[in-house]
Design a protein around this ligand. Structure first.
Ligand code: ADP
Ligand code: ASP
Ligand code: MG
Length: 458
């Protein structure tokens, strides 16, 4: 059995869902389908909650109605009149509920994390019904299963953690029997519920997590993540012109890349599957014939250079120099305690005898952080920096690779350079305005020896 997860871009409109139905229909293995909300819908739902919170009842209502219309338009997918009427009735009912909830919240001008989850869940509740109806219409026997009755989580609204044992039990009692009967269950990703039945969400991009949890619980032979690019690419297609597909990548490499901006998926979310050795494949729903990327415990054995490069833009560098001549022990602890108190994660760290430099991405607490650090150190900050990193297991075994990577960046003003103990990445920090140039130089050096074989989106 396999799990097929379709991201927001793969369900964004009638044409996309038709493609999805074709892909699921051609697959002959027993399968479970997991879907995201139609693209941008989760953003719109979150914005609707914000409008309600400010008491803008009219704005919130209009936002719900616009979403309702977008979902009603999707019913054009279904040709059989009674089935279309059924989908429309279910869609109308969902959005009537949502409108009532939002109206009530706008009156009290308060949206708790619990209410925010209730609102955000409507995207996947609606998309899963649409996809199940479209599959039926395409002749694939399928049934929508409310993911909230399957994915049991704690009550950490907005970033709920699954109760694996309880979820596995529900998978075996509610989902597996359908698969055994030759029916394709369709579940919304991203959403779950507490044991007491309160709706929760796993955090943004959480549908990948749902797919991994379902795949692990059902002992799937493969998990497919269908998206709008050919797989994990050697660089972000929005930064580098013609990135190539990475055919195979290790879980650790994919994790590092995701952390530094290659957000095709959040690898930590596929950890449940990787731990069990279930291969995860990233595939392009626009070009189903493309090979995609396989994420497995081990990466490509024949990799010559880095597996891929990534960048994270718009970060701030903070230089913290000990006011005394040399760095006393305890200095680093005091520095990092400040970041901890302000709940601000640090991305890259480099140290020298007298100073430590860090980058942060979240500037909200910057003034407070700097004020506290100035109590015991000289501090200077620089906005508009970028992190560029090259990732590859090969860095561990090939002593020259780090030098070759830095060589490709010759002439660029590197403000920080770091190679971690795990030695699967080389990370540099430089002015954001030069990030694209740095990415392009690295890409040319390591990935463009032969003409690129396949582009990004079809
Ligand atoms: P989905 O809606 O399917 O979940 P996402 O937007 O979450 O899709 O992820 C796919 C997007 O990730 C691609 O459209 C691409 O722009 C972006 N991306 C960034 N870096 C990379 C990379 N290295 N490889 C592939 N995609 C990347
Ligand atoms: N719809 C959710 C989001 O946009 C979950 C997902 O698509 O993975 O964050
Ligand atoms: Mg995604």
């Amino acid at each position: 059995m396999i799990v097929m997860k379709f991201g927001g871009t793969s369900v964004k409109d009638v044409a996309a869902v038709r493609r999805l139905a074709g892909i699921v229909g051609r697959e002959k293995r027993p399968r479970v389908v997991v879907v995201s909300a139609l693209s941008k819908v989760t953003d719109a739902l979150i914005e609707t909650g914000r409008l309600a919170e400010t008491g803008d009842a009219n704005g919130a209502r209009e936002a719900v109605r616009a979403l309702h219309r977008r979902h009603v338009d999707m019913a054009a997918l279904v040709s059989l009149p009674p089935r279309r009427a059924e989908l429309l009735a279910a869609t109308d009912a969902l959005f009537a509920d949502l409108e009532a909830i939002v109206r009530a919240l706008a009156v009290v001008e308060e949206v708790s994390p619990r209410s925010a989850d209730t609102i955000a869940a409507f995207g996947e509740l609606a998309s899963s019904r649409i996809v199940a109806a479209a599959l039926e219409d395409a002749g694939v026997s399928s049934r929508v299963v409310d993911a909230r009755s399957v994915l049991v989580t704690d009550a950490a609204h907005g970033a709920a953690q699954p109760d694996r044992a309880a979820t596995d039990e529900r998978l075996l009692s509610l989902v597996k029997p359908l698969v055994d009967d030759g029916v394709v269950p369709v579940l919304g990703g991203f959403i779950g519920a507490t044991a007491g039945g309160l709706t929760t969400t796993l955090g943004r991009g959480g549908s990948d997590y749902s797919a991994a949890l379902f795949g692990a619980g059902l002992a799937a032979e493969e998990i497919q993540i269908w998206t709008d690019v050919d797989g994990m690419l050697t660089a972000d297609p929005r930064v580098v012109e013609a990135p190539r597909v990475v055919p195979r990548i290790s879980f650790d490499e994919a994790s590092e890349l995701a952390y530094f901006g290659a957000k095709v998926l959040h690898p930590s979310t596929i950890l449940p599957a990787v731990r069990l050795g279930i291969p995860v494949r990233i595939l392009n729903s626009h070009r189903p014939e493309a090979e995609g990327t396989l994420i497995a415990r081990e990466g490509a054995a024949d990799a010559e250079g880095p597996a891929a490069i990534a960048c994270k833009r718009g970060v701030t560098r903070i230089d913290i120099a000990s006011s005394r001549m040399l760095m006393a022990y305890g200095f680093l602890r005091r520095v990092f305690e400040v970041f901890e108190r302000f709940r601000t994660p640090v991305d890259v760290v480099t140290t020298s005898e007298v100073s430590v430099s860090v980058t942060i991405d979240d500037r909200r607490a910057l003034d407070g952080i700097v004020a506290e650090l100035r109590g015991f150190a000289d501090v200077s900050c620089e906005d508009g920096m970028a992190i560029v990193c090259a990732v590859g297991e090969r860095l561990r075994g090939d002593a020259q690779l780090a030098t070759r990577i830095l060589g490709a960046l010759e002439g660029l003003p590197l403000a920080m350079v770091s190679q971690g103990g795990s030695r699967t990445n080389i990370t540099v920090v430089l002015p954001d305005a030069l990030a694209k140039q740095a990415m392009e130089s690295l890409h040319r050096r390591f990935f463009e020896k032969e003409p690129a074989t396949s582009g990004a989106t079809a």
